[in-house]
Design a protein around this ligand. Structure first.
Ligand code: NAP
Length: 253
């Protein structure tokens, strides 16, 4: 049994979409808590490399790994690479995501496939690849970054909401399936969090309107999600399973 000084000492954590925004904050928090962290990125190689330098300077052990999470072959290669360099993944954070705003009638086949591919097929592929070693060790944590839209729906965000609703259903189903093997699966459903994704979605007026609806009077920050994620990743929290944590400052989408 590994003796832990920090809560995640001796554990290998994969964060998908760790180059920017929420994933970046989660990777920093996991590294700060002692985990060896695999930073997955898709296009933002430089940002991922900068983050890796930052974590290494602080004494963390990490690597960067490029993969499109919607592609089974690339996901398999990513896990093989992590296993060779850090070891099997104990903690999986399915964070990579893409958004699309528009009428359903303006949503193309390719938009739909991209949203479902990255936001839902990605977590399916990564979880399927991570689970055998977690089950063998009788320990693992999977945290899926969903969205309030996955609970409440979202006008002009049908494909996005459907992908996140599917992710919540996947989390709850898997929690029942692998709970007996010591693996917990939980989802976080953030409301508006100030990242590139939110800024790309809304113009200035829409941002002001939305902010006025948030009971806390402020935007969610990536670090808010990271703190919640750390709680769900902790080996101590073995009784929190199949939950969906609304992290929205009291706002309901
Ligand atoms: P973001 O700033 O746009 O970052 C998205 C991340 O996903 C990037 O690191 C990007 O990697 C990665 N990514 C995109 N496509 C990928 C692919 N095919 N394979 C692997 N990685 C891919 O978004 P964010 O706001 O941090 O969102 C993170 C998660 O939180 C998403 O799942 C999102 O749906 C969810 N969320 C966000 C909000 C919000 O208000 N921001 C609210 C609720 C839920 P590269 O840059 O390397 O391409």
């Amino acid at each position: 049994m590994t003796k832990r000084t920090n809560p995640l000492d001796g554990l290998v954590c994969l964060v998908t979409g760790a180059s920017r925004g929420i994933g970046r904050a989660i990777a920093m928090a996991a590294s700060g808590a002692g985990a060896d962290v695999a930073l997955n990125y898709y296009r933002s190689e430089q940002a991922a490399a900068n983050l890796a330098d930052q974590l290494t300077d602080r004494g963390g052990r990490c690597l960067i790994v490029q993969a499109d999470v919607s592609d089974a072959f690339q996901v398999d290669n990513m896990f093989n690479y992590i296993e060779r360099h850090l070891g099997a993944v104990d903690l999986l954070v399915n964070n990579a995501g893409v958004a699309f705003k528009g009428l359903l009638t303006d949503t193309g086949d390719d938009d739909w496939e991209r949203l479902i591919g990255v936001n839902l097929t990605g977590p399916f592929l990564c979880s399927r690849r991570a689970l055998p070693s977690m089950i063998k060790k009788r320990f693992g944590r999977i945290v899926n970054i969903a969205s309030m839209q996955g609970i409440c729906g979202g006008s002009c965000e049908g494909a996005y909401a459907a992908s996140k609703g599917g992710l919540i259903a996947l989390s709850k189903s898997l929690a029942g399936e692998v709970g007996p093997s010591g693996v917990t699966v939980n989802a976080i459903a953030p409301g508006p969090v100030l990242t590139d994704m939110l800024r790309a979605d809304l113009d200035e007026g829409e941002m002001e309107d939305l902010l006025s609806l948030l009971p806390t009077g402020r935007w969610g920050q990536p670090e808010d999600v990271a703190r919640a994620c750390l709680f769900l990743l902790s080996p101590q929290n073995s009784f929190v399973n199949g939950s969906v944590l609304a992290l929205d400052g009291g706002w309901k989408a």
